[in-house]
Design a protein around this ligand. Sequence first.
Ligand code: USQ
Length: 401
Amino acid sequence: MRVFIAGVDGYLGFPLAQHLTARGHAVAGADMLLRRQWVDEVGGQSAIPVYAIEERLEAFRERNTANLTFRKGDFLDYPFILGFLNDFQPDAIVHLGEMPSAPYSMIDQAHAVFTQKNNVLGNLNILWAMREVCPNAHLVKLGTMGEYGTPNVDIPEGFFEIEYRGRKDTLPFPRQAGSFYHWSKVHDSGNTMFACRIWGLRSTDIMQGVVFGTQIDAMGDDPRLRSRLDFDQCFGTAINRFCCQAVIGHPLTLYGLGGQTRGFLPLRDSIQCLTIAVENPPTAGEYRVFNQFEECYTVEELAYKVQRAAADLGLSVTIHHYDNPRKEQERHYMNPDRNHLIDLGYKPTHDVHAELKIMLKDLMPHRERIEQKRDVLVPDIRWDGTRRRSEIIDEQLSAVK
Ligand code: USQ
């Protein structure tokens, strides 16, 4: 198949390109390299060194028989995305090219607006470009389990049957996102579902849980082919942060009670699931939703899992409860379905302990890089918007004077 990856330079995009190429697919990708800038902006750096895009592409060429066709560009630039899709004529488009951080979207007004503009309008441009130049392609759109929030009932895959005042229908399950970032994904879902209905496009909307890990099978040893691994408060996800904290002896930063329950999955499972979606397209006009995670855990359980894996490697790790900077439920019910991917052949990794040990071993040689940015481990971006309020308001007031 011909697969186009929007956001090919990212944590998921670069390993996915390697995996799909190894399976014989022709892959093209676009990226504006913004993730590198955002991590820099919040004072972080990837624990695993990330090479320049030219070096990544060179390593790709040396390892894989096929090239990765790459163009640098922004999904807000409609002629760019229209032209690239027209030239490449993909069978599938995997859209990973969005700003992925909840805390980044909650920094202040400017970051909230940037997040929704970048994500919602970028996705809308891709939908319009598909309609114009590749209406038979399949859009695999990365959404998030966080679209559903934490309702006190089971979570189906996108839709549920409901009886209300004596009438029945199958409707989208309510979305109750917990950050402006997560809401951007809800808005994307609405636009994507609508485009399938009116134009006959086909799409799989992936409600993905929190990804962790450093490895996939197709990656090999070349350091230029490694994926990034962020640990700052914005772009580091919980387990990735915990593992980085463990290797430098920083207490694990558990927010609040630690009973927040999420679906988690290793990087290798995420790549496996995205591949399954690509290789099993829906019919024309179909909009389907896959919940994508390996298992649900509380963040506290995960902190203990990291502590145990670290102990096996001789690292002594403490866990500290920090004042929760977010507004979220800290103990709640969480029971989502994930049958669609299993039915299509997804085999969950299950051995989280082994995966954590692989990660910790991968991270230990990079202790110094984590130490250098120790300051970004403790969060100060608060959901009540107080972090930079005075600074921003002062700036804006002086601008209008
Ligand atoms: N948490 C801690 N300590 C930390 C970091 C996080 O206790 O040091 C807690 C948070 O309060 C939250 C949970 O862990 O309750 C998950 O936080 P996270 O930062 O790992 O994940 P989240 O902000 O939800 O976002 C991440 C990705 C996002 C993706 C989402 C999937 O950044 O792109 O959409 O996971 S999900 O969480 O299922 O919505």
